[in-house]
Design a protein around this ligand. Structure first.
Ligand code: GLU
Length: 493
């Protein structure tokens, strides 16, 4: 444990605090992952907190979807709305009494005051500031109200917010990623901590919760850096020790603008539905802003957790590169357990109409083994595996490349030789394949492309695909003969 990461022998407690107002996108997933890695590295606690105070935009479905995506990515949490824990409840909507209590405490100490300004008054104030070229901020009219005035307004039933009093100060954030960042409180202005409808503001809820939940490190997106000075002032006013902060740089799309819907679907569920392996996506996300000291890239989660260190989290923005994710995912697919992959492939093959309820699972495993080198996610599997399930000689010959290969002078000779050899054999297993090739070489006097291309073209109707050594035995003797006969029939017409 190193001191420069702010760990002084105390237990590490971090949190991921999503707002359930939509799907989990890659940026938030990366934030969750970095928190999880940090917690696991230090043997600490990872807390999941749901920030659902925006009643209109929050939904139960979104909360469930976020939890499901996190679990799918392989993340687990030690405390949270579903698993409970000693610092709950873990949904902000269930913590309203706690926020009220602390807001009242601040009111009592004079650290906050009631603001009776109406929306119209505030809007007018903003317009005046903008017209004068000043940054709009609350000018503090209600700061100066006498207790009698306040009593009167309260008695009249006028709605009010509770504002936090910001006094002149320089606020320094010692960020574990960005280094020292200074803010001038003069630019902040007294901000609202409780709205007139009694709902808590984000900054106040986050501080009360982080303090209450004994969070030691707040690791979150850089977009929250401007909130940090406000939060530090709140900690001070509440007499609570602030956590250490680590703000993660943005994730940019390939065009170097912040990763967003503009770059396609950036939700974790999209990658799940497209059939990426969760461990591949998690591994890839870990490299968005963090790098292994040893320059390793493909690493199981436990190894990343073992190596994870905020010192190696980069200040500069990370670029999301789909091609690299595909490369990584392909790597994972090539190494993954075959029966797991076959299980994963099923829905995709079903959707493409390639298999129904009944199928031979052993045979299917062989198909998956033959095509896995050619896919980076399962949505690509039907395209690659199709050759094993259906064949149409007319369609095959409609492919220009296939027609060209099969009209080579010696192509028909190769196909006839293959047919002849297959007729002599009883079956065609993987062990028989080398013998078959030897016999074909002898019969045709050909080898390499002139021998193999016509075979592939005739049996699959495609110019490329799985290795023939895998393909032919999976198709089997009968199916190879059936395809050969129909293509030879077409060629001889
Ligand atoms: N609910 C906030 C968000 O989703 C969390 C901010 C924080 O981590 O403090 O952006």
């Amino acid at each position: 444990m190193s001191d420069s990461q702010g760990i002084k022998g105390t237990e590490v407690r971090v949190r991921f605090a999503p707002s359930p107002t939509g799907y989990l996108h890659l940026g938030n997933a990366r934030t969750a992952l970095f928190n999880w890695l940090f917690a696991r590295h230090h043997g600490g606690t990872f807390v999941l907190r749901i920030e659902d105070t925006d009643v209109e935009r929050s939904s139960k479905e979104s909360e469930e979807a976020i939890l499901e995506d996190l679990r799918w990515l392989g993340l687990d949490w030690d405390e949270g709305p579903d698993v409970g824990g000693p610092h709950g409840p873990y949904r902000q909507s269930e913590r309203r009494d706690i926020y009220q209590k602390y807001a009242q405490e601040l009111l009592g100490k004079g650290g906050a005051y009631r603001c009776f300004c109406s929306e119209e008054e505030l809007e007018a104030e903003r317009r005046v500031a903008l017209a004068a070229g000043r940054m709009p901020k609350y000018e503090g009219r209600c700061r100066l109200r006498s207790p009698e005035e306040v009593e009167e307004l309260l008695a009249s039933g006028r709605p009010y917010t509770i504002r936090f009093r910001v006094d002149p100060a320089q606020i320094v954030v010692e960020d574990l990623v960005r280094g020292r960042v200074s803010f001038e409180s003069a630019f902040i202005g007294d901000f609202i901590i409780m709205r007139s409808d009694g709902e808590v503001s984000y900054n106040f809820a986050a501080v009360v919760d982080d303090a209450w939940m004994r969070i030691t490190h707040v690791i979150r997106g850089e977009d929250h850096l401007p909130n940090t000075p406000r939060q530090l002032l709140l900690y001070k006013a509440l007499g609570a020790e602030p956590p250490k902060f680590a703000h993660l740089s943005m994730i940019l799309g390939p065009d170097h603008s912040p990763l967003s819907k503009r770059h396609g679907d950036v939700s974790v569920s999209y990658y799940r539905e497209t059939g990426y392996l969760p461990e591949a996506l998690a591994n890839y996300l870990a490299l968005l802003g963090w790098s292994s000291e040893k320059g390793m890239e493909i690493m199981p989660m436990e190894e990343i957790a073992r190596q994870f260190n905020l010192k190696r989290v980069s200040k500069s923005a990370a670029i999301f590169d789909n091609a690299k994710l595909d490369w990584m995912s392909g790597n994972y697919i090539r190494k993954a357990n075959l029966s797991r992959l076959t299980e994963m492939a099923l829905p995709y093959l079903r959707r493409a109409g390639l298999i129904g309820e009944d199928y031979d699972s052993q045979w299917l495993e062989q198909v998956v083994a033959a095509v896995r080198a050619h896919i980076s996610c399962f949505s690509q599997i039907s395209r690659e595996a199709e050759v094993f399930f259906s064949f149409d000689a007319c369609k095959a010959l409609a492919n220009g490349e296939v027609r060209r290969v099969l009209s080579e002078p010696e192509a028909l000779k190769v196909l006839e030789a293959l047919k002849g050899e297959l007729l002599k054999m009883e079956r065609l297993t993987a062990e028989d394949y080398p013998k078959l090739v030897k016999a074909l070489k002898a019969a045709t006097g050909l080898q390499g492309r002139p021998l193999f291309h016509p075979i592939r073209a005739a049996l699959t109707g495609k110019a490329s695909g799985p290795e023939l050594a895998l393909l032919l035995p999976i198709l089997g003797r009968e199916e190879c003969l059936r395809r050969l006969n129909s293509i030879i029939g077409q060629l001889e017409r």
